[in-house]
Design a protein around this ligand. Sequence first.
Ligand SMILES: Cc1ncc(COP(=O)(O)O)c(C=O)c1O
Length: 473
Amino acid sequence: MSELISIEECEQLTAKQVHDLYRTYVSRSQVSLMTSFGFGRELVDRAEGCWVHMRDGRRILDFSGGVGVLNHGHNHPRILAARQRFGQERRMEVHKAFFSPYLAALSHNVAAVLPGDLNISYFPNSGAEANEGAIKMAYKYHGGKRNTIMRADISFHGKTLGAGSLTGSAENHFRFPGLPGIVIYPYGDLDGLRAAVARARTADGGCDVYAILVEPFSASSLRHWSEAALRELRAFCTAEDIVLIFDEIYTGWGKTGSLFYFMRHEGLVPDILTYSKSLGGGKASISGYTAREPVFRKAYDRLNDVILHSTTYYGFGEETATAIEAVNVVVEEDFPGRAREIERVLAPGLERLRRAHPDAIDRVAGTGALHGVFLAGGPRLFNLAGKLVPGFAHDPQFNTKLVTLSVIAHLYREHNIMTYYSPNVENPLMVAPTLAAGPAEVKLFLDALDATLSKGLTRLLTGFVREKVSSAW
Ligand SMILES: Cc1ncc(COP(=O)(O)O)c(C=O)c1O
């Protein structure tokens, strides 16, 4: 056996040593992919609020928002204190033979902030698990008598076998086995959805759909359902007794300018809501799903069914205590209001840049602290990308991806700003700051993007490809 590395030694490893360990024990391709984007060449020392401090002294403005995890920013002092307190007081997290006051309080608090009778919660650890738990509940609600589940053509619900089979994203290009009975409807299109439901009938002509999975706002494509369509969808599901599941795993806890996106529409209530990410305050791996009381009662509320769905870590002590504090911070610090503050500067700023750089930006979209810049990859640039990286000339997605990556890499290298792109559909550059950011940071970002685009996409693209494209492509 080789010598084991201690935590102290691990914190002294150089970037090269970490890359070597990744290559041998994690994934060689991950190292190629990350470094070819210009990321991952240095290691992080520490992070606070919307800033990441690198070991080489660089300070990076984090406009990725941790892909939804960091509404609180990095290392929010109240989140750190809650976790320290849990350890200092020697609290217990393991045995389910004791009732957990943390689990009880978190369920209560979630019910208190959600509308209607969304009252009964379950807390696993990832978004995919939350979706799968919600789907199991919907299936059990119908006693196994219905066999069809519907998901949108553009969707992201996770990557486990079950959730992955419900994900319609380019990220999910290999077909693994998955849930039976999946029917696909066009995103945001109620007529298309109704037609798909009408085709799914049981032998006696009844409705065969047990659940419809909906992202009211799709964080990966920046599309959204209209209010009217969502309300009609709610009425339709009630009439057909279909369990309506809203996946707000990314968009929850204030990110879009309301606590959850659907809550901007007064009186609209799904049957089950799934959420995760900032529920853990940027520190705990915890997700959740909350059901309307009648749905839960009919599905699971009898002794025989109590342990039909559980996982070892669900409601785990320190994660649950952290989530209590995270939700309290969301409410007390008015995260939806903060996201709207960001939107007030960011949305018109992006629109201004679109007008200033019509050759570079096709369109911008978004809400709250979740926006996307759709960069132009027109025929001229398309040909150029094909020439620069032979073998990919046939793939228009690759072209847009390459253009977007070149902008992301430039923002990171020259302006110390971190963003990311969504691999779903049109590959927008994602501008999704933590809610620790304010107007000053938004302005910094806008100026940097302006300066970057002023270089011209062709120059950015050729520079990026010359310097970075590795054999991974
Ligand atoms: C909308 C949505 N649903 C589900 C998931 C899956 O969550 P996880 O990666 O924790 O399984 C994500 C993750 O990004 C998401 O954005």
